[in-house]
Design a protein around this ligand. Structure first.
Ligand SMILES: Nc1ncnc2c1ncn2[C@@H]1O[C@H](COP(=O)(O)OP(=O)(O)O)[C@@H](O)[C@H]1O
Ligand SMILES: [Mg+2]
Length: 207
């Protein structure tokens, strides 16, 4: 589940790129869009027929039923989930990815949200793992250094990676593809940045 209380942090970007990555590895992937804005579903509509198939679900209205023979279910969560709704919602997943932007407002919101999500039942009982991702990183800026330090210091969550800000994600979004589906030359840096996140997702333990 890709989740964060704040809109615009990169939830749909991560959800769609992850779906594209696993699909390119020949996995059967479901992309469940719980956001009525349908960004993930729009992305799927733009996806070329020649690319590996990803099954989209308009989960915000149709719900999410267990699907047989599926390797990965990726949930694109809506923004502004709090309180009892959040507690109910997190039961749908066992692994959580939170993208956070290098901005004071986003960092504050993320700190509050991480506190809240950690206090929900399944997560507080350590049955789930949480990874954070610094998104739209611009190296060597003061605000990125602050984000990096902030994410490194949160207890009980893994700081998995930092993804740079690049037009590659914009192009990928337009074309219904992921950065892994573009020529390695253009996206080599980005692929490297995804590696630690993907290996963390594949690991059993949270740390
Ligand atoms: N690393 C990035 N580099 C460049 N643009 C990005 C990056 N991550 C997200 N974006 C852009 O930022 C906007 C918001 O991202 P999105 O994934 O839609 O956020 P959310 O789903 O959390 O609202 C989109 O236009 C997206 O293309
Ligand atoms: Mg979104």
């Amino acid at each position: 589940m890709i989740i964060n209380a704040k809109g615009g942090s990169g939830k749909s970007t991560l959800a769609t790129n992850l779906a594209s990555y696993y699909a390119s590895q020949n996995a059967k992937v479901v992309l469940a869009d719980f956001d009525p804005q349908e960004s993930s579903l729009d992305w799927l509509r733009a996806r070329p027929k020649s690319r590996p198939l990803i099954q989209g679900i308009a989960a915000y209205k149709d719900g999410l039923k267990p699907s047989r023979g599926v390797n990965y279910v990726i949930i694109d969560a809506p923004a502004s989930l709090h309180g009892p709704k959040l507690t109910e919602f997190v039961k749908k997943a066992e692994t959580f990815i939170l993208p956070v932007l290098p901005s004071p407002i986003d960092m504050r919101a993320a700190a509050a949200f991480i506190k809240e999500i950690k206090s929900t039942g399944p997560i507080s009982r350590k049955q789930a793992k949480i990874g954070v991702v610094a998104n739209r990183a611009r190296g060597y800026t003061n605000i990125f250094a602050q984000l990096d330090e902030f994410l490194s210091g949160i207890r009980g969550v893994t700081y998995t990676t930092a993804l740079r800000e690049t037009q590659n994600y914009i192009r990928a979004a337009e074309r219904g593809m992921g950065i892994f589906e573009f020529a390695p030359g253009a996206t080599g840096v980005d692929r490297e940045e995804w590696k630690p996140l993907i290996s963390w997702l594949g690991s059993k333990r949270s740390h």
